[in-house]
Design a protein around this ligand. Structure first.
Ligand code: 6PG
Length: 474
C-alpha cells in the first residue's frame, strides 16, 4: 500500500492528461479518472514508462479507494457547473483531511464560494490557477495557488516540483486565501489578451500599412524576440507567421478567418476591474477587439457602405524599429494596469497579494512569460505598492519610447488601421501625466442637473455653482 497514490486527478482532457503525466514524472504516483472509461485506459496504456505510476479508475468510488488518505484530488474539468457537480459527487466519498483542488480556469468568485462551503465539510478545498497551455501542464506550468498557509505547507512541495523553473526557482507560489489564486490567473489572462492584441495590431501595421509579406513579418518578430520584447508570445508570433498552409501552400496566417475566439477570462478581468473601479483600458480594448473581430458580416457591410479600410501608410510614416519601441511602451503600460488591478484587489479583499512573487512566477511556464517580467519582479521588490510606470527601469523606458508609441498611433489612425489597445495605452498614459484634466466640466454638469456638488480648486466653501433657476441648484 506504500506505493499507493496519495493524489488523484479527474478529467483527462488535453490539460488534465498533460498534468497527470507531469505529476507522475516528478515521482508522485497518481490515480486517474475520466468520464469515458476508454479514455482512461488509453491514457494509462499510452503513458509508456510512466504508466507504472498511474492507476486507472472507472468510477469515483474506485478512484477514492485507490488513493491513500489523506487524499488530494485534482479537478481538471471545464470551469462552471461541472466543477460543482464533481464536488457534489465526490463529497460523500471523502473524509477528514481529504483535499479537493480545482486546477481549471474557475471564476475566482466561484472559488471563494466553494472554499467557504467546504468549511462545513470534513474535506478541504483549494483553487489554483495553472498557466502554460498543454506544453506547460506537461513540462512545467506557472502555478498561482489560492489557500491558507497549512494547505500550502501540504501541497507546496508537489506544486513546486511540477512547476516551471526560472533559473532553478520554481514558478509556483501561494497568492492568498480562497479565490486569490484564480483571481491572479484571471488577471494573467487579461494581460495575455492585451499582449496578443497589441502584437496583432503591430502585425496589422506591417501587413496592411507597410505591405510586408508574412516571411518579412516573421523575420521582424524573430528579431524582436532577441531584444527587450523577448517573450513566448512574440516567439509564437514569429513561428505562426513562418508557417505554410498544407492545403493552399500559401502562408498559414492568410488562410485563417480573422475572428478571435474567447472563453471568457479576459471578459471577467474587465468586469472585475470595473467593480474595483480600476482602469485597465488596454485589456478592455483587447476584449472589445475580440468581440468586434467576430462580427465578420457587419464588418463586410461597413466596408461596403463606408469604403474599405485600412489603407497603406504613407512612405516613411513608420518603420519596424519605431513599431518595436511602441510595443515596448504599450507592454509596460498594459502590465502597469494589470498589476495595479492586482494591488487594488489585494487591498479591497484583504489578500496581501505578493506582487514581486507574482512577477517572479510569471517569468517561466505561463503564456505571458517574458524577459521584462524579471525587471518587474525587481521593481516590486523595491516598491511593492508602487505603479510600474514610476519604477526603474520602466520610467526610463517610457520616456525613451513614448514618442514612438505616439508616432505609431498617429500613423495608424491616419490610415484607418485600428490600434485600439496601443491607443488605449497611450490615452491612459497621457491622462496619468495631466495634472489638470477636463473632469471639472463633468463636475459642473453633474451639479447643474443633479445638484451633486463639487470641490473647488482653491479649497473655498461653495457646494454648488451659480446655475440659476433652470439648474438644479438649491
Ligand atoms: C494559460 C492560458 C489558458 C488558455 C486560455 C485562453 O494561461 O495557459 O491563458 O488558460 O489559453 O483558456 O483563453 P481564450 O480561449 O479565452 O483565449
Amino acid at each position: 500500500m506504500d506505493n499507493a497514490p496519495r493524489t488523484g486527478l479527474i478529467g483527462l482532457g488535453t490539460m488534465g492528461a498533460a498534468l497527470a503525466l507531469n505529476i507522475a514524472e516528478k515521482g508522485y504516483p497518481i490515480a486517474v479518472y475520466n468520464r469515458t472509461a476508454s479514455v482512461t485506459d488509453d491514457f494509462v496504456f499510452g503513458a509508456g514508462d510512466l504508466s507504472a505510476r498511474l492507476t486507472p479508475a472507472k468510477s469515483f468510488e474506485e478512484l477514492v479507494h485507490a488513493i491513500r488518505p489523506p487524499r488530494t484530488i485534482i479537478l481538471m474539468v471545464p470551469a462552471g457547473e461541472i466543477v460543482d457537480q464533481q464536488i457534489a459527487a465526490l463529497s460523500p466519498l471523502l473524509g477528514e483531511g481529504d483535499l479537493i483542488i480545482d486546477a481549471g480556469n474557475a471564476n475566482y468568485a466561484d472559488t471563494e464560494r466553494r472554499a467557504t462551503a467546504s468549511r462545513d465539510q470534513p474535506w478541504d478545498f483549494m483553487g489554483i490557477g495553472v498557466s502554460g497551455g498543454e506544453e506547460g501542464a506537461r513540462h512545467g506550468p506557472s502555478i498561482m495557488a489560492g489557500g491558507d498557509a497549512a494547505q500550502w505547507d501540504r501541497m507546496g512541495g508537489m506544486l513546486e516540483a511540477i512547476s516551471a523553473k526560472y533559473e532553478g526557482e520554481p514558478c509556483a507560489a501561494l497568492m492568498g486565501p480562497g479565490g486569490a489564486g484564480h483571481f491572479v490567473k484571471m488577471v494573467h489572462n487579461g494581460i495575455e489578451y492585451a499582449d496578443m492584441q497589441m502584437i496583432a495590431e503591430a502585425y496589422a501595421l506591417m501587413r496592411d500599412g507597410m505591405s510586408r509579406d508574412t516571411d518579412r513579418i516573421a523575420e521582424t518578430f524573430e528579431t524582436w524576440n532577441r531584444g527587450p520584447l523577448a517573450s513566448f508570445l512574440i516567439e509564437v508570433s514569429g513561428i505562426v507567421a513562418r508557417a505554410q498552409d498544407p492545403i493552399s501552400g500559401g502562408p498559414m496566417l492568410d488562410a485563417i478567418l480573422d475572428a478571435a475566439g474567447q472563453k471568457g477570462t479576459g471578459r471577467w478581468t474587465v468586469i472585475e476591474a470595473q467593480k474595483l473601479a480600476v482602469a485597465v483600458p488596454v485589456i478592455e480594448a483587447a476584449v472589445v477587439g475580440r468581440n468586434l473581430s467576430a462580427r465578420v458580416e457587419d464588418r463586410a457591410k461597413g466596408a461596403e457602405t463606408f469604403g474599405a479600410l485600412p489603407q497603406s501608410l504613407p512612405d516613411g510614416a513608420l518603420d519596424t524599429d519605431t513599431l518595436e519601441a511602441a510595443l515596448i511602451a504599450g507592454k509596460i503600460l498594459c502590465y502597469a494596469q494589470g498589476f495595479e488591478m492586482l494591488a487594488r484587489a489585494s487591498s479591497e479583499f484583504g489578500w496581501d497579494l505578493p506582487m514581486a512573487v507574482i512577477a517572479r512566477i510569471w517569468r517561466e511556464g505561463c503564456i505571458i512569460r517574458s524577459d521584462m517580467l524579471n525587471d518587474m519582479a525587481t521593481a516590486f521588490e523595491t516598491a511593492p505598492d508602487g505603479n510600474l510606470i514610476f519604477a526603474a527601469p520602466f520610467t526610463g523606458l517610457l520616456r525613451e519610447h513614448e514618442a514612438a508609441l505616439r508616432q505609431t498611433v498617429i500613423a495608424a489612425t491616419g490610415s484607418g488601421i485600428a490600434v485600439p489597445a496601443l491607443s488605449a495605452g497611450l490615452s491612459w498614459f497621457d491622462t496619468m501625466r495631466s495634472p489638470r484634466g477636463p473632469a471639472n466640466m463633468i463636475q459642473a454638469q453633474r451639479d447643474f442637473f443633479g445638484a451633486h456638488g463639487f470641490k473647488r480648486l482653491d479649497g473655498k466653501d461653495s457646494p454648488h455653482g451659480p446655475w440659476g433657476e433652470d439648474g438644479a441648484q438649491h
